[in-house]
Design a protein around this ligand. Sequence first.
Ligand code: SAM
Length: 210
Amino acid sequence: MVEYQIKVRGITDERLLDAFRKVERHLFIPGNSCQFAYDDGPLGIGEGQTISQPYIVALMLDLMKIKPEDIVLEIGTGSGYQTALIAELAQRVYSIERILSLAKNAEQLLKKLGYSNIKIQRGDGTVGWTSENESEKDITFDAIVVSAAAPSIPWGLIAQLKEGGRLVLPCGSRYVQDLICVKKEHGKIKKENFGGCQFVPLIGEQGWEK
Ligand code: SAM
């Protein structure tokens, strides 16, 4: 998977490639589909949701330019596979999933795999990380990734992006989107388009209606 799907398409960051070598994708795919875990495509993870094609996950993480000291926010935990990859690359990962059963399964699996730098919340990620915890009230992130298709860039996420931070998300219609990387520089937003993609919809206050 790493050699023939990711490296060959131009992802060369060795720290990122090592994370893909380490995290076993088949552990995150339920039922019979786990035999296709290393194939070059998306797969179902239950509740009508999908785990993205490995290359798309790699491209999004590459665009995020995650450093070991970074605090990262992920919207759309899904199976927890991408969460584990981020946990390998960053200091800490905060992840939000809308569907309770997916959030619970991912949390259990990631705990079983020994990750101690991940915090999962069930809720609407379009408004960012919300917490009653005083230390997390005004939290901001070095990088944010949205793994579901947004109709526009959620302003709540821009507000939680640190100066110099990177937000990567699929943005467009409900069925076809462009992969966008947003950088916050000197308080201003710079957008770059990395081409077409297809994700399940981001459902919530600053996303699509259910
Ligand atoms: N990255 C995940 C993985 O590795 O398995 C796959 C994510 S899947 C393509 C998109 C996920 O976003 C789904 O699990 C869906 O329930 C979730 N989602 C959709 N809208 C959301 C929202 N507003 N807040 C949080 N999660 C949301």
